[in-house]
Structure formats: structure tokens, C-alpha cells
Design a protein around this ligand. Structure first.
Ligand code: CIR
Length: 255
């Protein structure tokens, strides 16, 4: 259902990454450990066959290694977002020249706001979360751009979570990995579903790459469920990323 990915863009975390936005109460993150986790993430994408472009840190933006939020890349176009958090305004300008080498560019314009973490691509269909970061105007702008290329889209109310992809992700074939709350929504009818144990919702931010799955360490129930799908599962320690409200999808743009 999903096209295979050839490339990924990631960005090294800056020494001040702990100054980024967070709501988690997991304690202060450790830069050394974060660097080890980020390196392991990049190596895993490379082992799965992607050519990964790793950008240098942007110290002016402590959340800038969460590159997923600054753009939405499809087989046809790269849409530069208008991030919904004031502190992240400007990150998108650092990503645009990188993506311009690969795709035609379009933009989300104010008053629309949109974070890439709210956009889930499942083949030619896109789910666009309405959240604290993405407003209906931003979702509609993106939907209209995607429709120009024959894509379809539906809006999804994210409710209390940070981003849509904090709680629902593609798991290969016609399967979604999602929280109980998302699993009950009509917009996801028609997909096979792996529903997360309520104690393991962080594992909802797992990442499909070319018929492999990458998931965070420490979620045995989700690991067992994903292994039953028959795809190889790679487990990564994401402790320092989680402390800053990030996950596996946030750390790269894949296309
Ligand atoms: C933020 O709050 O914006 C960052 N600390 C975390 C962003 C995570 N990005 C994502 O889920 N796509």
C-alpha cells in the first residue's frame, strides 16, 4: 500500500536540545545518551537501505532535530509547514533548501498552522490531525495541495495528545497501530488495527520503513503484537527523545 522510501533527512540534536518544548515529567535529558540514541536511529535507517542526509544542529531551535514537523514530503511535492508552536517558528526555513533538491516546494501559509507530526500518509490517503499545533485552516491548505496530485485526505481530531502520529501510525499492508481512542473513530474503519495496551501508548509512535518496523524499547505487549505481523521489528532505546515529547517518526523526513 505504501511506496518504498529511498531517502531520509535527519538533524543532529544540539547541545541545548533539553531547552526544547516538553510536557513530560521524565526528568532532564542527557546529551551524550541522546547522541548515542540518535546515531543508532540513523544507522538503523541506513541498514534498511535509506540514504540518510544528516544536517548539523540548529542551536537557535532546540527542537530542530524533530525535522518531521517542518515539512510534509510526498512522492510529488514537499510542503513546508507553518509550525504551530511559536518557539519552533523558523525551523521550516532551515529545511526548505534541503528539500528543494528533491521535490517541487509549496507552503502552508498563515493563518494556517501545521506540524508534520500531524500528517499520516497511508499510500495515497492522508490523515491530517487537528491539534494544538495544526489548525483546521492549515489542514485544509495541505489537503488542497495534496488533492492536486490525486491524493485524498481526512481530518482527525487529535484531542489531548501532542500530534496525530503520537497515537496512530502505519504498520504495513493495510494495518494501523493505534490507541484505543483512535481505534474507535470512523475515519479509521476499513483498516486492520493493532490496538495499543493503555500502558504502552508511547509505542504508538512506531515507524514503518520499507516493510520493516522500528519501535521504542520497553513495550513488550506492543512488540509481541507487531511481531505477529511477520515484518522484521527493530527496537531502539528512545528514552532521551521521549523526555522531550519526541518519538521515532519525529526524528526524520522519509521519502
Ligand atoms: C515539540 O513539543 O514540538 C517537541 N519537543 C517534540 C516534537 C515531536 N514531534 C513529533 O511528534 N512529530
Amino acid at each position: 500500500m505504501q511506496d518504498m522510501f529511498k531517502y531520509a533527512i535527519a538533524r543532529k540534536p544540539g547541545t541545548n536540545f533539553g531547552d526544547g518544548l516538553t510536557t513530560s515529567e521524565l526528568g532532564a535529558p542527557d546529551f551524550k545518551r541522546m547522541t548515542v540514541q540518535h546515531d543508532a536511529y540513523v544507522s538503523t535507517l541506513e541498514e534498511l537501505g535509506l540514504k540518510v542526509f544528516v544536517l548539523e544542529p540548529e542551536l537557535a531551535f532546540p527542537d530542530a532535530h524533530f525535522v518531521e514537523d517542518a515539512a510534509v514530503v510526498t512522492p510529488d511535492i514537499a510542503v513546508i509547514t507553518n509550525p504551530g508552536a511559536a518557539a519552533r517558528q523558523g525551523e521550516q526555513k532551515t529545511i526548505e533548501p534541503v528539500l528543494a533538491d528533491f521535490r517541487p516546494i509549496d507552503h502552508i501559509e498563515p493563518p494556517g498552522t501545521l506540524d508534520g507530526g500531524d500528517v499520516l500518509m497511508v499510500g495515497a490517503h492522508f490523515f491530517i490531525g487537528i491539534s494544538e499545533r495544526t489548525n483546521p485552516e492549515g489542514a485544509e491548505q495541505l489537503g488542497n495541495i495534496l488533492a492536486r496530485f490525486g491524493n485524498t485526505w481526512t481530518a482527525v481530531d487529535v484531542g489531548r495528545g501532542l500530534h496525530l502520529k503520537s497515537g496512530v501510525n502505519y504498520a504495513g499492508g493495510d494495518t494501523l497501530l493505534l490507541t484505543e481512542a483512535f481505534s474507535r473513530m470512523d475515519v479509521f474503519a476499513g483498516y486492520a488495527k493493532i490496538v495499543l495496551d493503555p500502558n504502552e501508548t508511547y509505542a504508538g509512535n512506531s515507524l514503518w520503513i520499507n516493510d520493516h518496523l522500528i519501535m521504542p524499547q520497553g513495550f513488550p505487549d506492543t512488540l509481541a503484537k507487531l511481531e505477529r505481523l511477520g515484518l522484521p521489528v527493530h527496537v531502539l532505546d528512545m528514552s532521551e527523545v521521549q523526555k522531550m515529547d519526541g518519538g521515532l517518526t519525529c526524528l526524520s523526513l522519509r521519502f
